[in-house]
Design a protein around this ligand. Structure first.
Ligand code: ADP
Ligand code: MG
Length: 652
């Protein structure tokens, strides 16, 4: 017996399993889950406080003196997160940040930007993916990302006191396939099963509960200003009854514009105020890093206060500064007011707004067409950023949730849906059986074929088979057989109130939208009049794997037989159509046809009718051709385009 393998990924997720959501960010990463008790998404907080894990990996010097003392010749430890961040100043060569920028990139992609990174990027081969060199070891961005993911996994396991094996990871909407695949691979390497990669803006919208439950289509702008990158995404959300799909309609942004630039603006401001040239700063890497950290502190402080005051005392840093520098400069005054901060950063905000305008232009939308604006990323806490965005759209922005956490929270919600905790449905990556409708002759017309990735959608046009037909029955089936009765009927509904038209004239578009949760929405719309009707179906609901397997098996064993039946039924349907048209043709054109001609048509029609129920498709075709041949010369004289159309095309 032949064996058939069915691809029903994710179909067997046990109930009550914890699946986490991960925001793998350029600057910070987070892991979140949906709390069973509250039903709400929360970020995992180490020691109950901080949910942010800086996306920084530090490789401790191997053979550190302490270890040697202890008699251990082991390799240096790998540290991830806020402790690693401290080494940015003291050991930049061994401290890797912004690795997300390198995901799925070749050296050629990053050339010219090497200065941005404080560590070594290897350029062995231009076309190959980049590697990062630490001492004598080479690491790929995938490996480095996996270290961050592993850290998140371990933190979550500690707090939840349970194993975390399955996750949803977010990526920017503009990530290409290579970058998405690299992210999946990083997950695998960290010992995680990545159930789904979802777009960051989609996750953020989910976190705000802007989802598919709405009854109306919505357009959302997600403004994400992170540490080093800015992304604007325009999303269209099709409501649940239309498949509940989040569609990214435009993205724009700047991969080198973010909160860091605001920090740099503050550093420049201080340098100017203290009459320090930038070259001096560059001479001293650790001084520049210290100033940057101070600047970030000032920026964050100014989000809630009007004045920041601090000093840079040489005494505190003399171990890091060159003597010549200390001699040449007094202590630095590090003050800045909110007003000053706003004036030195306005051009950066302006730059983000240029991207917003471009995205809207690409989406062919006006600012006032946006229903909701979602603020994402730590830097959107800056009041002037919020105000500029709100003023531009003329609407309040969504900023109630913590902007650093919102993407991770949305990922957790998506994970919870996949865990089967939110709806009682079977989840599939692909649709295991074809979905289609019944067309004339009781034939299955496939609209979404088996193994299509979901979510997916497809549409096809049909027409009526009778003159003046005002109703059309739409029967939805699932299965691989050619004749509908051998498949599984999922639903049936009627499109009513089609304006009376000659057969073949109405254009009825049937669209199938299968959402990520496996819910099928079927919509029928008569395009000339605009009337429409739709229905929701749960295709896989109630089918066991064994049943699916049997249906597939049957389709293969009956393939030949089915093909014959289909051919006969198709021939019969066509014959019936032509007979109907011929009848109509005679009625309309009695006046211009000779008696002889009419009798000839009649006899050919009778001959065709006689073989209508035959199982010999060739015989039907023969009689059909004879009738066509006979009528053709005069049919051409009088037949209008409507009739021609009626003889073509599929009818329901
Ligand atoms: P990413 O998505 O790039 O990982 P995040 O969303 O975590 O980044 O944003 C990090 C940025 O947010 C940093 O530049 C940080 O300084 C900035 N940030 C965090 N909190 C505030 C705040 N209260 N005010 C202004 N900027 C902030
Ligand atoms: Mg982010």
């Amino acid at each position: 017996m032949a064996r058939i393998s069915i691809n029903i990924k994710e179909a067997k997720i046990e109930k009550r399993e914890i699946i986490c959501g991960i925001d793998l960010g350029t600057t910070n990463s987070l892991i979140a889950f949906v709390n069973k008790e509250t039903g709400k998404a929360e970020c995992i907080k180490e020691d109950g406080k901080n949910s942010l894990v800086p996306s920084i990996v530090h490789f401790e010097k191997s053979g550190s003196p302490f270890r040697e003392l202890a008699g251990k010749q082991e390799q240096g430890k790998i540290i991830v997160g806020s402790i690693a961040k401290q080494f940015l100043i003291t050991d930049p060569q061994r401290t890797i940040y912004s690795v997300k920028r390198l995901m799925g990139k070749s050296y050629k992609d990053v050339s010219g930007k090497e200065n941005y990174f404080g560590y070594k990027i290897i350029d062995e081969d231009e076309d190959k993916l980049v590697k990062i060199r630490v001492d004598n070891k080479f690491y790929s961005p995938i490996e480095l990302s996996s270290l961050i993911l592993k850290e998140l996994k371990e933190r979550a396991e500690k707090v939840l006191n349970a194993a975390v094996k399955k996750v949803v990871i977010t990526v920017p909407a503009y990530f290409n396939d290579a970058q998405r695949q690299a992210t999946r691979d990083a997950g695998k390497l960290a010992g995680l099963e990545v159930l789904r990669i979802i777009n960051e803006p989609t996750a953020a919208s989910l976190a705000y509960g802007i989802d598919t439950k709405a009854t109306q289509e919505k357009t959302i702008a997600v403004y994400d200003l992170g540490g080093g990158t800015f992304d604007i995404s325009i999303l269209k959300i099709h409501p649940e009854n239309e498949g509940g799909i989040f569609e990214v309609i435009a993205t724009n942004g700047d991969t080198f514009l973010g909160g860091d630039d605001f920090d740099r603006a503050i550093v420049d401001f201080w340098l100017q105020k203290n009459n320090l040239a930038e070259e001096k700063l560059l001479e001293d890497k650790s001084l520049s890093q210290s100033l940057r950290l101070k600047a970030e502190e000032a920026k964050i402080f100014l989000s809630n206060n009007n004045q920041f005051e601090s000093q840079f005392c040489h005494a505190e840093h003399f171990d890091k500064l060159s003597t010549s520098f200390i001699e040449a400069h007094p202590d630095l005054n590090l003050n800045i007011s909110k007003k000053e901060f706003e004036s030195i950063t306005q051009h950066l905000i302006e730059k983000t707004m240029q991207c917003v305008k471009r995205a809207l232009k690409d989406a062919k939308l006006d600012a006032n067409a946006i229903d909701n604006i979602v603020m994402v990323g730590g830097a959107t806490r800056i009041p002037s950023v919020k105000k500029t965005v709100a003023d531009f759209f003329g609407k309040e922005v969504y900023d109630d949730l913590n902007p650093d956490e919102v993407v991770a929270l949305g990922a957790a919600i998506q994970a919870d849906i996949l865990a089967g905790n939110q709806k009682d449905i079977l989840l599939l990556d692909v649709t295991p059986l074809s979905l289609g409708i019944e067309t004339m002759g009781e034939l299955m017309d496939v609209i979404i074929s088996r193994n299509s990735k979901i979510p997916t959608s497809a549409a096809r046009q049909y027409t009526t088979s009778k003159d003046g037909q005002v109703n059309m029955k739409i029967a939805v089936y699932q299965g691989e057989r050619d004749v509908v009765k051998d498949n599984r009927k999922l639903a049936e509904f009627t499109l009513n109130n089609i304006p009376p038209m000659p057969a073949g004239l109405p254009k009825v578009e049937i669209s199938f939208i299968l959402n990520a949760d496996g819910i099928l929405k079927v919509r029928a719309k008569e395009l000339r009049s605009g009337i429409e009707q739709s229905i929701d179906v749960k295709p896989q609901y109630g089918l066991t794997d064994a049943e699916v397997e049997k249906m597939l098996f049957d389709s293969i064993t009956h393939a030949k037989e089915d093909m014959n039946i289909r051919a006969v039924l198709e021939a019969k349907t066509e014959a019936q159509q032509v007979l109907q048209s011929a009848e109509k043709f005679l009625k309309i054109n009695t006046a211009i046809l000779s008696e002889e001609e009419i009798a000839g048509v009649r006899s050919h029609m009778n001959a065709l009718e006689e073989v209508l129920n035959s199982t010999d498709k060739d015989l039907i075709h023969l009689k059909l051709d004879e009738l066509n041949e006979f009528t053709q010369p005069f049919a051409h004289r009088v037949m209008d385009s409507v009739m021609l159309e009626a003889m073509k095309g599929k009818k329901i």
